[in-house]
Design a binder for this molecule. Sequence first.
Ligand code: GDP
Ligand code: ZN
Length: 474
Amino acid sequence: MMWNRNEQTICAISTPHGVGGIAVIRVSGPQALSISGRICKRLSKSLSNEETLQSHFQSHRAYFSEIHDLKGQKIDEAVVTYFAHGKSFTGEEVIEISCHGSPYITGQILDQLVQAGAKIAEPGEFTYRAFMNNKLDLVQAESVLSLIESRNKSAAKVALRQLEGHVSKEVEELISDLTWCLAHIEASIDFIEQGIEVVDTSELIHKLEKINGTLEKLLQSYESGRLIKDGIKVALLGEPNVGKSSLLNLLLQNDKAIVTPIAGTTRDVIDGEIIFDGMKYIISDTAGLRETQDEVEIIGIDRSRQEAEKADLLCFVFDATEKEWQRSLQMATEIQNSKKIFLLNKSDTVSADELYRIQDEISMSLGLSGAQEILATSAREATSRSHIFAAIKSAVGQFDYLDEAVISSSRQFEQAQYSFEMISKSVDELKNKTGAEFVALYLKEALLSLQKILGQVYDDQIMDRVFKEFCLGK
Ligand code: GDP
Ligand code: ZN
């Protein structure tokens, strides 16, 4: 898909397509001013001389202008903002035309810009140019997309930190440390035959392990980063009638799931999304765990198992009015490698003593540390809502370090992961005192991988992966 980095000026509508109060058309490239000048009255005033045109307008200033077509027919009245070469988002000369948000008007203006010599931008091309002009590294380019797509406070915060360069700075430091290690190893290859030891192996190992420590933290941040960006997927599981649908309604604050006193009412997975305290949750209510003869219900139960596998967290619901929890307990222990929380619902129906006794019993059967591991809830009490969200959030991960570097793209994760593995290998080689050649080989790979994260080294595949997700006008 690679665009040539040529001298062409590009244009696109940068606001959502459709009707709006205003729409912004972005023009970027060496001829942004002169091309826009052909349809903006205000800009064309001094068009006779290129020198005066640039000097006539001040960067970052907005000018009111009439917009007309190339034949002089008026299209709209607009505010035109000029960004000088080197001072814009893309690094190129940029004109932003804020016109009235009618698709007819924006269509007309784009048409005229193209006739005047501009090219319609490809999706992501503005950000691509910003990257090519060293205005952004690849992590920052990805964060532009995350920021545009962020739908909750935490996701926006993580994206903004990336755009500011927190991840980039950390990776740059790693690159610099790793380069030092590689240089010393390579020097030792040359001198080793002469019996000169240029590098203290233990110091090298220490440095490499430190690099990997930082990488490990970054890798761990990915899980949280992903959850923040995509939302935490929670599956409610439990016997029919324990109150899953009621709890779903409480959490989502609606009546999406049907609640009836007949066991087995929820036959299929019903889910909903909600933002609570800046975090996004995707919660699904599943058919009960009960074995059944009913074919529709069997499908539902199958689906609920699949749903459980996709979830980030399983929320097992027990019923305080029941005496038997065998099947739920069995399922809770059967499913391994998943994060789980346990709710004892309908807590409003039993005494505090009884509640505690049941919590203790369930916790014992599950091999947990005590009654406090089983959260007492009631779908009929509003306070349960925040308690459940808090329990989900703390069971799923650490979200208090949002101020630190958090990676949130699988591309960044894979490259950091590879780098980590290569460094581990080289540390092993150093400890085993095998040849420095191998160590150098692994370290080169590790370094390359880190450079790819920032886009210091890139190929078509990387660029495709980053920019193919962008939409038009970004
Ligand atoms: P599901 O089959 O697990 O989805 O259970 P439902 O949500 O359909 O609830 C079954 C029955 O239990 C309904 O009559 C609900 O009103 C009732 N119920 C659910 N949660 C509570 C609760 O916390 N307290 C009380 N007293 N009743 C509840
Ligand atoms: Zn239900």
